[in-house]
Design a protein around this ligand. Structure first.
Ligand SMILES: Cc1cc2nc3c(=O)[nH]c(=O)nc-3n(C[C@H](O)[C@H](O)[C@H](O)COP(=O)(O)OP(=O)(O)OC[C@H]3O[C@@H](n4cnc5c(N)ncnc54)[C@H](O)[C@@H]3O)c2cc1C
Ligand code: FES
Ligand code: FES
Length: 1337
């Protein structure tokens, strides 16, 4: 084989020719680093987040068609792109030329916050529109299934996309032919309001039309190339890897013969992650290019043959077509495959992954292999020696050598037989999340019954997720042959399968009892499905199911989204040009959508720039015996390796505890930074880091959980306590006392932009500039200054914007930035450090897990008279903000309730986990949930509804909190009342009860929770803020302040403030970013108060300027700002002013237990309705109504965005997101493939938000309220709705007694709480008889 031509492909209409291509390089770094196309983002590197989505277009000389498909650039080897056209977000539109309608609409519909996910979203929608200019809502949600957003909550993105649909105003859920907008939920009339119409958040009239003729054309050169493709293999050789691309089948077989061990890379979605995450290395890779025979689609009399090279998306389309054309009885297997193809991964992966790659990879959780196996599919293999067929059966799936491919063979195609009459095939899967999540357990089941007699002739059952490979219940099936299809058979089948498919207690992946239950729950579902079809086929012989049981078969997720937003109109008296109160688009929205918004890692490489990566501890509690750097040092490109010795044992100091930047002789968690490798490139640094050899000696005790910390008395000091009234006396007079506890799991921030920093020595006076993704530039400045032993005035920290933070970019960022700057200083050149997703999740900690113990005394009418609480949080290995989190949890635990006698204590536990830190809501989401849980328990004891007990105990009008701060709860009561009304609560509750009485296996639940969220940070100094406003002689204004733009739109709001104050158009005002150079000593951005504090400082600066300029303006009232500025200059009046806000008056005396820690309260209420599948634990949020009192909104679009985004994040916290740790304290969940944040499928089917009319809130910025955090808690309405549904199931099954639940309430916990004959059937392991895979933290 001769070396082929240079690699040639197109990017955004431009030809790219690479002569010395490295086959190890993926498209994402190539675009970002080589082509400087930084719009395409890195979010995970493993295909799981969609931030790197691009469109790939290929021309087929056979069909003469161009195929456009979305793909994840992080998994595309560039060598696979020969002859392809790549379109990135920069290629479809720009603010400098013409913006694309997709970009325009996503921005104008407020679908961007931090904007980091936006280019990926844009490209997914763009590609969809290239293929379907008027898509359906199904196609839209499907197209976005592989794109994650951590900020918006997806609703505005869906709204933006809907504008491309033919009938965008309608919910498209035309049950009974009536749109649900007209019929109301559950067929109930909707809540009637005086003024139902509120202004829209965006105006569709101004949108550019979608004009397909304006799109980039497919490069004609590539078409010609494809038509005249030379029939010879291309070879690309890199330093370590050779890429061979055969273009004919013959050459492919030659190559496979020559390199039998080389993988045949198709979509690279299996090989790619193995190389990246498991360190697998292939010196030679064979990647077939457009070999027609691999894309064959053959319809024979009794089977369909599909080429192994077809993508899963193509397979889906082909099967969808086939099931339309063939009689249903022939398409059983195709229908089952289609069901799984709808949820398997996201659209990008389905378009990249091939059928052959899927089959050959034989992942233990493969969705398709169990189905292909039960369907008796055969594999057509080919090698130089000839053709042969093997069955796709259990032996093949378990890689038994006698049933496997030979190394020289390739898979050519797959034969999938038609099903027969009386043959039934079903597909089942349950995952943590409905879409884009690997199955926890999946299954393919097939039965062939005797005609008319219902006797089992053939039976085949395979499971995925329950063993190292797909498992077949062969023996059970054989024993069941000959039995009639009835309940006795089902019972026997369950027992047999449980005996055969053994899952040890320590099985990888955990969730063992859940998996065992799913094994037989699926079997039961199969039984029901077949029985139901039999009834339809032959109602006389097969009476089928009672209506009540049919609910087991319905799909929860096939519903469409619609939403209604009601917000405040601006005051009629407001000047028309005053932007305050208007839903103004995020000012970076267009730049987010075009990829022009620059984030830290988008900054171009500096001259001689180096890359730094950290080596972290692999032990949770150990002595470091030795560190051997020699091998790492010897690798090419390695410049330096820093240990604590180099740094001189400088310590980070925050609050009362200090820690060295890098570990010295001991580590106290996995992920502790030990040393930093600095190399010429990222790849070299990462390779070297793997060669650092560290010898540890484990230390005792290993403390991971709160319970273990309590047992070892391992706490951070001091304990905090708050007491109000006389709890002990009150317990003596109450009717009932109840004790319980509640666990709340932690949460990963999962900001889309990982921790990023770039330190640049200025070359003079030892000055250092640090560009960093942080919420707290001043802290970075301090840390860097102390690492470099410099005064702060030599270190400047700059932040333009950050790609999400949620509290996670404060303290940990400081240490990493300091080490990076140290390296930059030492070597006199720029050093960049960008964490990979897995490193970020491992190192940086997250939300604190909580344990709340409560003793509550109450009267039989539901009045709570005494509450005694103990809170513990899992702080991890260092203090960080754990004590502050505990304090906030205590101060906020009352939520909306007046507990006349309250005692609460709180302790932060020191454990051997990575240190947990600030996270949106800062203790309240955990503390509030514990209180609400306690209330539902009280309600259950009193036989009252939870909403009644909530109402009875709620603050009413003027009152006092436990720390003796006055509270006026009028708006709380109003939110509650409006939410009850808006959600038609009582009618829907009746409807839910009716549904539950009619359905056995599906249950609905409804819950409403109130919210009182205190805003403020307990300290005057921590609330001070400053701003700087310059007016230039041309009349333009530059404003800067201490707040960080992290997606919440603070810069947009600040420009609105300047616009109002100076009465000038927003277009005249600019904001470049945040820097310690312009505003020194700024406080950390967080705690819902960034706009409050900085806005007041800006207002102050503007008023100073106005005061100075008033005489000039009044002398020339018709003048322009240019005139006034010039006159002021001539009169020597300064056109620059500093504004300052000293902070709200606030104090908290913990000794006395009283104070005025907060400035004001945000109120709200949320009502959610869910449906659960009792057999699998699957659930769907059907509807959420939120009412919020946010004072007088500065920008309702941004504020609603905060409410929705926080709500969805809270829903994730309470129902979905689960961190798994090994018994040795190693975090398993280190990427989107293991850790699930809410995706588009989790958005409530109906999502309604309403804001109370503006209320006066005197001290704040224009009476607005800070909203960043409060909405997280409202996510717990979903938790309680789920609890309600589970309770209904348990009640029906005659289960009484308390229902112990913990957060997150995942499918596993829901299923296991819905106890039934199946949960009783499964074997249980004696605790202590096995080492579990994970420990619940
Ligand atoms: C983010 C993500 C989410 C996912 N979610 C799911 C999910 O929900 N459900 C699910 O079932 N799967 C899921 N997957 C797995 C996915 O289905 C497989 O990775 C994919 O099908 C593999 O196909 P590929 O073409 O990319 O294989 P490649 O990575 O290209 O190849 C995989 C293997 O197949 C071999 N191979 C490929 N073609 C041939 C051939 N013609 N002849 C011989 N050998 C061949 C290769 O040698 C290699 O060993 C997910 C993967 C990712 C990355
Ligand atoms: S970065 Fe490619 S999918 Fe996440
Ligand atoms: S806007 Fe989607 S991740 Fe921030």
């Amino acid at each position: 084989m001769e070396p082929g031509p240079a690699l040639l492909f197109y990017v955004n209409g431009r030809k790219v020719t690479e002569r010395n291509v490295d086959p190890e390089i993926m498209l994402l770094p190539y675009l970002r680093k080589k082509l400087q196309l930084t719009g395409t983002k890195y979010g995970c590197g493993g295909g799981g987040c969609g931030a790197c989505t691009v469109m790939i277009s290929r021309y087929s000389p056979t069909t003469k068609k161009i195929r456009h498909y979305p793909a994840n650039a992080c998994l595309i080897p560039i060598c696979s792109l020969y002859g392809a056209a790549v379109t990135t977000v920069e290629g479809i539109g720009s603010t400098k030329t013409r913006i694309h309608p997709v970009q325009e609409r996503i921005a104008k519909c407020h679908g961007t916050q931090c904007g980091f996910c936006t280019p990926g979203m844009v490209m997914s929608i763009y590609t969809l529109l290239r293929n379907h200019p008027e898509p359906t809502l199904d196609q839209l949600t499907d197209a976005l299934g592989g794109n994650l957003c951590r900020c918006t909550g997806y609703r505005p993105i869906i709204d933006a996309c809907k504008t491309f649909c033919k009938s965008s105003g309608c919910c498209q859920s035309k049950e009974n032919g009536i749109c649900s907008l007209d019929q109301g939920i559950n067929g109930l009339p909707e809540y009637k309001e005086e003024n139902k119409t509120s202004p829209k958040l965006f105006s569709e009239e101004e949108f550019l039309p979608l004009d397909p003729t304006q799109e980039l054309i497919f490069p004609p050169e590539l078409m010609i190339m494809a038509e005249n493709q030379p029939q010879s293999t291309r070879v690309f050789r890199g330093d370590r890897m050779t890429w061979i691309s055969p273009v004919t089948l013959k050459e492919l077989l030659e190559a496979k013969f020559k390199y039998p061990q080389a993988p045949v890379v198709m979509g690279n979605t299996s090989v790619g992650p193995e190389v990246k995450f498991k360190g697998v290395f292939h010196p030679v890779v064979i990647s077939p290019d457009r070999i027609e025979e691999l894309s064959v689609v053959n319809h024979a009399d009794n089977e369909l043959t599909l080429g192994a090279g077809l993508s899963l998306a193509q397979v889906k389309n082909i099967l969808a077509d086939v099931v339309q054309k063939l009689p249903e009885e022939k398409t059983q297997i195709y229908r089952a495959l289609l069901k799984h193809l709808g949820t398997l991964a996201g659209s990008q992966i389905r378009n990249m992954a091939s059928l052959g790659g899927h089959i050959i990879s034989r992942h233990l959780d493969s969705d398709l292999n169990p189905l292909l196996a039960v369907g008796n599919c055969t594999l057509n293999l080919l090698s130089k020696e000839g053709e042969r067929q093997i069955p796709l059966n259990e032996q093949f799936l378990s890689k038994s050598p006698s049933a496997d491919l030979k190394p020289q063979e390739i898979l050519l195609s797959v034969n999938i037989p038609y099903s027969r009459k009386w043959e039934f095939v079903s597909a089942f899967r349950q995952a943590q999340r409905h879409q884009n999540a690997l199955a926890i357990v999946n299954s393919g089941m097939r039965v062939f019954l005797g005609e008319g007699d219902g006797i089992i002739r053939e039976l085949s059952i395979l499971y995925g997720g329950v063993g190292p490979t797909t498992i077949c219940a062969r023996n059970s099936c054989q024993k069941l042959i000959g039995r009639p299809w009835n309940e006795e058979m089902l019972d026997a089948a369950c027992r047999l399968v449980l005996d055969e498919v053994l899952l040890p207690g320590s099985a990888p992946g955990g969730k063992v009892e859940f998996k065992r239950t799913l094994i037989i729950s699926f079997l039961f579902k199969f039984y029901l499905e077949v029985s139901q079809t039999l009834k339809q086929m032959d109602p006389v012989h097969y009476p089928g199911l009672a209506d009540k049981y049919e609910s087991a078969l319905e799909d929860l997720h096939a519903r469409h989204h619609w939403s209604r937003i009601k917000y405040q109109n601006v005051d009629g008296k407001q000047l028309p040009q005053d932007p305050i109160g208007h839903p103004i688009m995020h000012l970076s929205g267009m730049k987010h959508a075009t990829g022009e918004a620059i984030y830290c890692d988008d900054m171009p490489a500096m001259d001689r720039e180096l890359f730094l990566t950290f080596v972290t501890s692999s032990r949770a509690h150990a002595k470091i015996v030795s560190i051997d750097l020699s091998e790492a040092f010897n690798l090419p490109g390695v410049v330096d390796i820093l240990t604590e010795e180099h740094l001189g044992c400088i310590k980070s100091c925050f609050f009362s505890e200090s820690e060295t930047f890098l570990a010295t002789n001991k580590v106290s968690c996995v992920g502790r930074l030990i040393c930093a490798v600095i190399a010429e490139s990222e790849v070299q640094a990462k390779r070297a880091a793997k060669q650092v050899k560290i010898v540890y000696q484990d230390l005792e005790p290993l403390i991971l959980t709160i319970e273990e910390a309590i047992q070892h008395n391992s706490f951070f000091e001091p304990e905090r306590k708050l007491e109000y009234g006389n709890v002990d006396e009150a317990f003596k007079v109450v009717d009932q006392i109840l004790e319980g506890e509640m666990h709340v799991g932690g949460q990963e921030h999962f900001y889309m932009e990982t921790q990023s920093m770039l330190a640049v020595p200025k070359g003079e006076d030892r000055e250092m500039d640090v560009y960093v993704s942080t919420q707290f530039p001043k802290y970075i400045q301090d840390m860097v200054a102390s690492a470099l032993k410099l005064p702060a005035n030599k270190v400047m920290c700059h932040v333009r914007r950050i790609g999400g933070a949620f509290g996670g970019k404060i303290l940990k960022t400081g240490i990493m930035a300091a080490v990076t700057a140290f390296a930059a200083n030492k070597h006199g050149c720029a050093v960049r450090c960008i964490l990979e997703r897995g490193e970020d999740m491992l190192i940086t900690g997250g939300r604190h897990p909580y344990l709340g113990k409560y003793k509550v005394g109450f009267m039989n009418d539901g009045r709570i008279l005494a509450l005694d609480m103990e809170h513990y949080n899992n702080g991890g290995a260092s203090l960080d903000e754990s004590l502050l989190v505990i304090e906030m949890g205590l101060l906020k635990l009352d939520n909306a309730y007046k507990f006349p006698n309250l005692r609460c204590r709180g302790r932060a536990c020191r454990t051997n986990l990575p240190s947990n830190t600030a996270f949106r809501g800062f203790g309240f989401p955990q503390a509030g949930l514990i209180t609400e849980f306690c209330i539902t328990e009280v309600a259950a004891k009193c036989g009252l509804s939870p909403e009644k007990v909530r109402m009875i105990n709620m603050y009413k009008e003027i009152d006092q909190t436990a720390y003796k701060q006055e509270i006026n709860a009028k708006n709380l009561v109003q939110c509650w009342g409006e939410c009850l009304a808006m959600s038609s609560y009582s009618q829907r509750k009746a409807a839910v009860e009716k549904f539950n009485s009619e359905n056995h296996w599906k249950k609905k639940g409804l819950a409403i929770v109130p919210l009182k969220y205190p805003v403020g940070i307990c300290s005057v100094a921590a609330g001070q803020a400053a701003a700087l406003v310059h007016i230039y002689l041309d009349g333009s204004v530059l404003v800067t302040h201490g707040g960080i733009e992290m997606g919440q739109g603070v810069h947009t709001k600040m420009i609105q403030v300047v616009s109002r104050e100076l009465r000038m158009p927003m277009s005249n005002i600019h904001l470049r970013g945040t820097s310690t150079e312009t505003v020194p000593n700024a406080n950390c951005s967080g705690g819902s108060v960034v706009a409050d504090f900085n806005g007041l400082a800006i207002k102050d600066a503007c008023q100073t300027l106005l005061k100075r300029l008033e005489p000039i303006i009044s002398k020339n009232p018709r003048g322009t700002w240019k005139d006034w500025a010039e006159t002021a200059f001539e009169e020597s009046i300064s056109l620059s002013a500093i504004g300052y806000f000293r902070g709200y008056e606030a104090d908290m005396n913990w000794e006395k237990g009283e104070g005025h820690p907060f400035e004001y309260f945000v109120y709200g209420a949320a009502c959610s309705e869910v449906e659960i599948d009792c057999l699998t634990g699957d659930h769907k949020n059907l509807r959420t109504d939120i009412v919020m009192d946010i004072g007088r909104s500065i920008n309702p679009a941004l504020d609603i965005g905060q409410i929705e985004g926080a709500f969805i994040q809270g829903m994730g916290l309470y129902t979905l997101e689960e961190l798994d740790y090994s018994p040795h304290g190693i975090l398993y969940t280190r990427g989107p493939n293991q850790y699930k944040i809410p995706a588009i499928c989790d958005v409530p089917t109906e999502f309604h938000i309403s804001l109370l009319p503006p209320s006066q809130n005197s001290n704040n910025l224009y009476s607005s309220k800070g909203l960043g955090e409060s909405g997280v808690f409202l996510g717990c309405s979903v938790f309680f709705a789920l609890q309600d549904a589970v309770s209904a199931a348990r009640q029906e099954r005659g289960l009484s007694g308390p229902l112990r639940l913990s957060s997150p309430l995942t499918p596993e916990k829901i299923r296991m709480a819905c106890e039934d004959r199946f949960t009783k059937m499964i074997p249980r392991d004696e605790p202590g008889s096995y080492v579990p895979w994970n420990v619940p933290i």
